[in-house]
Design a protein around this ligand. Structure first.
Ligand SMILES: [Zn+2]
Length: 341
């Protein structure tokens, strides 16, 4: 193959010497004027042709070969296909592939960690009430079919709790989606309360049964109202949809590693995500309870009782839908103290 005359710069040095560049089986070979060979290896980058500007051939050890012989360079690297040739060169470098893989993962993780929650929040906030109502109705139908059954609470008890709920509703000022309360026997969910995306809050007979005061029940209702106001379940749904979408577009020809990283990240992230939402709702409950002159800590006592109850398995009850064994009481106390002027 042909060769080119030019100047050779050792990596990091501005001193140069006359040298000859050869390409042998795709590898660069630099010979100094005295015939000694000073470099043999991969070409990292060939600068583009720009008029009569000196061409630079960057080598993998960081050294540089410069030549005014534009035609020679074009001939040697077959410049008409050179972009793809160079890509092939780049891809053959383990180092660069590793760097590209890391950059790809960082971009994906960034999109996942920061982009997705923002998109989910925006999507949740602009989702119209009509859609929320449909989702609500669908979810309600499902939970009634597979989990809940008709409440066995008497009218008097329900009336008292309904008044608590109305007070909290007024205190929150939540209008869209509208809040409403349903009573159900909890079935396998036991002592629990859930908030559907469209504003329906469901409280189970078992939870009411475990409560020792109205404040305990009101605090839980306030927590669920917080989930509705902050559109938590909707944001959770959009996030899960977003993750599967990302995995699908990446899944095509990505390495297994990238998928594993995303799967791991999403598992970890879901835990802290739920916990973040739980804390937000705890704070909202405390705000509403303080506003109504009620005990903002009572509901934490109720949750503790449910969790510690021997008859309650730890994977059912409140913990099944409200994970987080973090120190709720300390967190809520700190927050309530911050509310005081
Ligand atoms: Zn919750």
């Amino acid at each position: 193959m042909g060769n080119i005359e030019g100047r050779y710069f050792v990596a990091g040095s501005s001193a140069s010497q006359d040298a000859r560049f050869e390409l042998v089986d795709g590898l660069a070979m630099i010979r100094l004027a005295d015939g000694s060979q000073t470099y043999s290896g991969e070409v990292a980058l060939v600068s583009d042709r720009l008029g009569n500007v000196v061409r630079k051939i960057t080598l993998y050890d960081g050294s540089l070969f410069e030549t005014p012989d534009n035609n020679g360079v074009d001939e040697l690297f077959d410049v008409h296909k050179s972009f793809f040739n160079r890509l092939t060169h780049i891809e053959s470098s383990v180092k660069l592939v590793a760097i590209l893989a890391v950059v790809t993962m960082l971009v994906l993780f960034g999109a996942y960690r920061y982009g997705l929650p923002i998109l989910a929040r925006v999507a949740a906030n602009v989702t119209p009430t009509s859609v929320l109502s449909l989702m609500d109705a669908g979810a309600r139908e499902t939970v009634d079919r597979v989990i809940f059954s008709k409440t066995k609470l008497d009218d008097k008890k329900r009336a008292v709790i309904s008044v608590l709920f109305e007070d909290l509703k007024k205190q929150s000022g939540q209008i869209d989606p509208p809040l409403r309360l349903l009573f159900r026997d909890g079935g396998i969910l036991g002592a629990n309360a859930i908030a559907l995306p469209g504003g329906t809050v469901i409280i189970t007979d078992q939870l009411v049964g475990k409560a020792k005061s109205d404040d305990e029940i009101a605090g839980v209702l306030g927590h669920e109202i917080g989930h509705v106001e902050l559109r938590h379940s909707l944001r959770q749904i959009y996030r899960v949809l977003g993750i599967s979408f990302m995995v699908t577009i990446i899944g095509g020809d990505s390495s297994q590693l990238v998928e594993d990283v995303i799967a791991q990240a999403s598992a970890l992230e879901n835990l802290s995500y739920s916990r973040k939402f739980e804390t937000e709702s705890d704070y909202r409950s405390a705000e509403l309870m303080v506003g109504l002159g009620r005990d903002p800590y009572a509901f934490v006592e109720l949750l503790k009782r449910i969790t510690l109850d021997k008859g309650e398995k730890s994977d059912t009850g409140w913990l099944a839908t409200h994970p987080g064994t973090f120190d709720r009481m300390a967190t809520v106390k700190k927050y309530v103290n911050s509310l005081k002027p």
